[in-house]
Write a protein that binds this ligand. Sequence first.
Ligand SMILES: Cc1cc2nc3c(=O)[nH]c(=O)nc-3n(C[C@H](O)[C@H](O)[C@H](O)COP(=O)(O)OP(=O)(O)OC[C@H]3O[C@@H](n4cnc5c(N)ncnc54)[C@H](O)[C@@H]3O)c2cc1C
Length: 309
Amino acid sequence: MVDVVVAGGGIIGLTSAVRLLEAGHRVTVLSAHPPEQTVSAVAAAVWYPTHFEADDRLLLWGQQALLELARQASEGVPGVTMRHSRMLLRGATDTPWWAQGVPGFRLEAAPSPEFTGEWRFTVPAVQTRSYLYWLIEQVETLGGSVVRRTLANLGEAGGDVVVNATGLASRELVPDPAVHPIRGRIVVLSNPGITVSCRDEDDPEGGIYVHPRSRDVVAGGTFEPGQNDLSPDESVTGSILRRCTAMVPELARARVLRSVAGLRPGREGGPRLERAQLPDGRPVVHTYGHGGAGITLSWGCADEVVTLV
Ligand SMILES: Cc1cc2nc3c(=O)[nH]c(=O)nc-3n(C[C@H](O)[C@H](O)[C@H](O)COP(=O)(O)OP(=O)(O)OC[C@H]3O[C@@H](n4cnc5c(N)ncnc54)[C@H](O)[C@@H]3O)c2cc1C
């Protein structure tokens, strides 16, 4: 058993903490922000390896996370549901690299002449804000603790081993210049009864999606590398609502609850999940840079964090 300090209380830090506690370690999570102020709380958040190229590690982590979230959905974990999904295609219809192990994956005929076909599949959708609180409860029930604290550097974290799950802040804390913000804007609406997720990644005005969750619907969304201004932009909200309603007409009956923006922790070369050393010689396990797929990869990465610790 080792004393582990997890820096970061978003989806990556909290799922790592749960797995480390289950493996018998002593765990303290340090988070600069309350759950609702993390990027994780903004996430749409459906299982989908957004903007990642084929990669064996991502495939494995994604498959493990999908299995775990599907299990949680079947056990009634709050905010986790399985959703039938449609992906409208405008180009090649070949089976994508991530389809292996995705329940119900198949190609169907195009719904109208502007499309070439559509993929259907079933994946988890997570009401992230409440899920983060559920994860904190799991950490505490398993004997760990979650403490509000901002680290000036990773060496300030105590413990025999530090797990660095600070997302975008890893750019300065590691430091890692490959880390960069990818702004996402979404609109959260009341759910008028939509049960199927729908995406059009190649919409000529930019990718769009409509994801019903357990309590609301997320309509999105932008994917803007290098942008970090989070001030509201009504023209983007209007464009998202117009195009998403054209794709899923039931959305016209929904009430807009809020427009939100967040900065995904992007990283050139993909997520970093490896063991290294702090300047004082202690081991650090880095797990950051999950871009637009932190929920999609979460539990798979958490399993590997335990192996590396
Ligand atoms: C609009 C939008 C839609 C998205 N949709 C999806 C989706 O559908 N599916 C999906 O899989 N992903 C989605 N994502 C991506 C997902 O949100 C991220 O990949 C994920 O939240 C990253 O989690 P994280 O724990 O690494 O980072 P964060 O949630 O940012 O957590 C970082 C943690 O580190 C802490 N921290 C930072 N600095 C310090 C410090 N100095 N000291 C102590 N603690 C510190 C913070 O307080 C926080 O607790 C979306 C993101 C956005 C913005």
